[in-house]
Design a protein around this ligand. Structure first.
Ligand SMILES: Nc1nc2c(c(=O)[nH]1)N[C@H]1C(S)=C(S)[C@@H](COP(=O)(O)OP(=O)(O)OC[C@H]3O[C@@H](n4cnc5c(N)ncnc54)[C@H](O)[C@@H]3O)O[C@H]1N2
Ligand code: MOO
Length: 341
């Protein structure tokens, strides 16, 4: 590679070989000059004000790739379905969500790609519901010019795999069975119904019904089976999930014939959560913490089910890493460590 340093005063009329960044803390961070800009007399003081006394003249030799081309190729290699790529800027390409959905990231592949000399792939954690246009990942390379081998090594790792993708939510039908004698007999006002309505809407599902049952496993079982017959894809039974003699919801779910994936989840709040499947219908037992805490195991599991994943015991066990909520006075999820296993 021929890279020549030229003093800015002598660079008038020359073409910039890369974007040049300006940063004013708290005000601006971005390109002051873009690759391809032809340097003019009036640019000289501006370049000096951002600390540039020289520019590079670049001539690529065979087997070398300019940063913009390198990051574009790497971004294309790692982007799976549901991802849009921005134009390269300052040697970086941003990957964004093409539509609302569930972010999937192959964590092992991200690590392997970052093991390639000079490749940088920085992502959000996966299994997160994301909105259209959300920034999900950035690709960079470290030097201004990289060896073709760097790009090819990443392409080889990512070939026929999707490192980063967004699964669309499938607008499934959710039904709620709210249990508890105290609610059923009107001793207290139900506080779970609004939570389920809000969560279904938040994650792109339709709540097709909410029904109330006392702490009677037979009646709860029948309500679950009735919703299955009505075509629900996900049935959530709330309350009665812990250790008291009147906590009969897990037994009621078992009595439907559903296959229990897990009773208990390593997410707090949500330790007493149950996931089971009645054929293809997901049946969830939601402990009462779901009324009180803004974000629980339910928020780790429901979006994945709504995106079409069939979860297994190992998926639930994996939620323990990062599964401890700090119960902040003001919940800032997902802007925290919680649920990012
Ligand atoms: N000794 C133990 N105590 C608790 C354990 C445990 O393992 N050992 N687990 C705790 C965890 S974790 C949770 S979460 C809670 C709640 O579990 P449940 O799902 O069994 O909740 P309930 O007993 O049915 O109700 C608790 C509380 O919430 C009120 N509630 C329930 N449903 C509604 C509703 N739809 N609307 C309004 N209020 C509702 C209910 O009246 C009770 O006051 O258990 C811990 N304890
Ligand atoms: O199931 Mo309890 O949720 O950990 O609060």
């Amino acid at each position: 590679m021929a890279i020549k340093k030229v003093r800015v005063e002598e660079a008038v009329g020359m073409v910039l070989g890369h974007d040049i960044t300006k940063i004013v803390p708290g005000e601006y961070k971005g390109p002051a000059f873009k690759k391809g800009h032809i340097i003019r007399d009036e640019d000289i003081p501006h370049l000096k004000n951002i600390g540039k006394e020289h520019i590079y003249l670049i001539e690529l030799t065979a087997g070398q790739v300019h940063e913009n081309e390198a990051v574009t190729r790497i971004a294309r290699a790692v982007a799976g379905p549901g991802i849009t790529l921005a134009e390269p800027s300052e040697g970086k390409v941003n990957l964004k969500a093409a539509a609302d959905g569930l972010l999937k990231v192959d964590r092992e592949l991200v690590t392997a790609i970052n093991g390639v000399e000079h490749a940088v792939l920085s992502t959000l954690q996966g299994n997160l519901p994301v909105k259209a246009g959300a920034l999900l990942a950035s690709v960079k390379v470290v030097p201004l010019v990289v060896e073709m081998a760097t790009v090819e090594a990443v392409e080889k790792l990512a070939v026929s795999k999707s490192v980063i993708s967004v699964m669309p939510m499938r607008n499934l039908k959710v039904a709620a069975v709210i249990t508890g004698n105290e609610v059923f007999h009107g001793r207290i006002e139900d506080r779970f119904g609004p939570v389920f309505a809000a969560k279904a809407a938040q994650y792109g599902a339709t709540l097709i019904g909410t029904t109330f049952r006392p702490d009677d496993p037979e009646l709860i079982k029948e309500a679950i089976l009735a919703y299955k017959d009505q075509g629900a894809d996900v049935i959530v039974a709330s309350g009665g999930m812990s250790v008291d003699p009147d906590d009969v919801t897990p037994d009621a779910i078992r009595a439907t014939g559903a296959e229990v994936v897990s009773y208990g989840s390593p997410v707090l709040p949500g330790a007493m959560f149950m996931l089971a499947y009645l054929g293809d219908v997901a049946v969830m037992g939601m402990p009462a913490c779901g009324m009180y805490s803004k974000t629980t195991a339910f928020d780790m599991i429901l979006p994945r089910v709504l995106a079409g994943e069939r979860l297994r015991k190992g998926d639930i066990a994996a939620l323990g890493y990062g599964g401890l909520c700090l119960s902040c006075p003001q919940c800032t999820y997902p802007h925290c460590h919680f649920g990012k296993a």
